[in-house]
Design a protein around this ligand. Structure first.
Ligand code: ADP
Ligand code: MG
Length: 147
């Protein structure tokens, strides 16, 4: 109902959940950005497009979940960009458009199960984003505006 959802904001330090150690770093949005999200948007995994600063637009998967750091009373919004970056980009402006929902949040019995679920999410995101209706958003002026 809220999709497509356009959003832009600063990338901040996360909570050391070790996403990077899993090979799946997630760029966390600042609290201010998260607060601006529709409160009734479902938690779970989404796909869409993302760009850092004035950089290229990439496929992404996004998690909207409850933030354990704030005793699960605040949400966290984390974007995994489906590409390799030279280094970190904390403090930079991340622009995203959220296009579709993949699944709800789940608890996994093992790290292997978690990682393979995320790999499947990434494959699903890649397939969905190749559809013409989703591909056209990659060229949206939203990603071309000066900061
Ligand atoms: P944190 O807990 O601080 O969010 P992560 O392990 O989740 O740490 O790593 C996230 C950081 O990694 C991002 O803020 C960004 O600076 C960097 N990064 C590098 N490559 C990517 C990528 N492909 N997608 C998202 N973040 C990336
Ligand atoms: Mg993170």
């Amino acid at each position: 109902r809220h999709l497509p959802y356009f959003c832009r904001g600063e990338v901040v330090k996360g909570f050391g959940r070790g996403s990077k150690e899993l090979g799946i770093p997630t760029a966390n949005f600042s609290e201010q950005v998260v607060e601006s999200f529709p409160s009734d948007i479902s938690t779970g995994i989404y796909y869409g497009w993302a760009c850092v600063g004035n950089g290229d637009v990439h496929k992404m998967v996004l998690s909207i979940g409850w933030n354990p750091f704030y005793k699960n009373i605040k949400k966290s919004v984390e974007t995994h960009i489906i590409d390799t970056f030279k280094g970190d980009f904390y403090g930079e402006i991340l622009s995203i458009v959220i296009l579709g929902y993949i699944r709800s949040e789940k608890n996994f019995s093992s790290l292997e199960a978690l990682i393979s679920a995320i790999q499947e999410d990434i494959e699903e995101a890649k397939r969905q984003l190749d559809l013409p209706e989703h591909l056209k958003l990659k060229e949206d002026n939203f990603f071309r505006l000066p900061e």
